[in-house]
Ligand binder design. Structure first.
Ligand code: SF4
Ligand code: MG
Length: 336
């Protein structure tokens, strides 16, 4: 039996003038209905690309996607554009960081929520309009009967984000992909939006993939975590496991550099000295080795030669022993 969303050995490679960019390099994960998987990593870790390929939104002329993506048993890799288009907005939907990329300035908010509903559900214009009002009410827009006639520019940033969520959820998608959906918002609105997503998930039972560089947000919304680095998953587990006893040196770096709640949540931190790996010519062995201070502790394996693999359940892609993973993290967080 396979999970509701099942990704297996996903590779996403782009052709560029400089060579092949290995944006996602062998990735597997599952998401069940009613659960939220948080994918965390720095820019360029492959987290957004993964989700664009799930939705089939990559450019097929320059992008080579291989592996298996199964949604409710249906194969999405290699599916026809027509099939993907009918799945998007109906069975799966996406929330972006910037609502203005999803909303058109030329149509009213109401029309943009009602249209996909009418198209996918085959209902009348009037019914779709009433549904748009209902959705605006659900996402907490005041006076929805009036505001449904507004254009995006008449909404504040936080309200536009809510309207985009209404648009994404109007057809009760089974899978919702949220890519940094709250990064541009202030902390209060951010918290409201996250609460809203949790409520809507309870109501609709959707599976959610939540992409962010912010572990604080992950702690708040996710059930499970996948940590990505250089196009590969380096650690997975439940939120409790990964946040309480992280195993991978990269995750340690992410955790110890987490801004306090009052800190600037919009800042994309570079938690560990050094730069993310080149996706054109990834380092051999462990992709984290140029930035890792624990290579000398590894016995019997080479961090620069042997690629560590990520197990399917709880675990991390690192050659350190289980005992070392426990003790080194504790040493790192001890106050000096
Ligand atoms: Fe560091 Fe080696 Fe573990 Fe990679 S495999 S994270 S380089 S100790
Ligand atoms: Mg991104």
């Amino acid at each position: 039996t396979s999970a509701f969303l099942s990704v297996r050995d996903l590779y996403v490679h782009f052709d560029t003038e400089d060579g092949t960019v290995k944006a996602v390099d062998g990735l597997s994960f599952d998401v069940e209905r009613g659960r939220t998987l948080g994918i965390v990593g720095e820019s360029g870790s492959g987290k957004s690309v993964t989700n664009l390929s799930i939705l089939g939104l990559h450019n097929p002329r320059t992008t080579d996607v291989s592996g298996k993506i199964l949604l409710d048993g249906q194969e999405l890799t290699g599916a026809r554009e027509k099939t993907l288009e009918s799945l998007r907005g109906n069975k799966m939907a996406m929330i972006f960081q910037d609502a203005l990329t999803a909303l058109s300035p030329y149509y009213t908010i109401g029309r943009q929520i009602a249209e996909p509903y009418r198209k996918h559900m085959g209902v009348s214009k009037r019914e779709a309009h009433l549904r748009a009002v209902e959705m605006l009410d659900k996402v907490g827009i005041p006076n929805p009967k009036t505001r449904v006639h507004d254009y995006p520019h008449q909404f504040s940033g936080g309200m536009r984000q809510r309207a985009m969520i209404a648009m994404a959820l109007v057809c009760n998608p089974d899978l919702l992909i949220a890519d940094e959906p709250t990064t541009a918002l202030d902390v209060t609105v951010q918290a409201q939006i996250l609460d809203l997503l949790k409520d809507l998930q309870q109501e609709f039972g959707s599976a959610i993939v939540f992409i962010t560089h912010d572990l604080g947000v992950i702690a708040n919304v996710a059930d499970d975590i996948l940590v990505m680095y250089g196009g590969r998953a380096v650690e997975r587990g439940t939120v409790g496991e990964v946040l309480r006893s992280p195993e991978h040196p990269y995750t340690w770096g992410l955790l110890t550099s987490m801004p306090r709640l009052t800190g600037d949540v919009n800042e994309e931190l570079s938690p560990i000295h050094g730069t993310p790996p080149s996706l054109l010519s990834p380092p051999p062995g462990c992709p984290f080795h140029p930035r890792c201070g624990y290579q000398d502790e590894v016995a019997g394996r080479s961090c620069t030669g042997d690629r560590p693999l990520l197990p399917h359940g709880r675990g991390s892609a690192c050659h350190l022993t289980a005992e070392q993973k426990r003790t080194f993290f504790i040493e790192q967080i001890k106050p000096r």
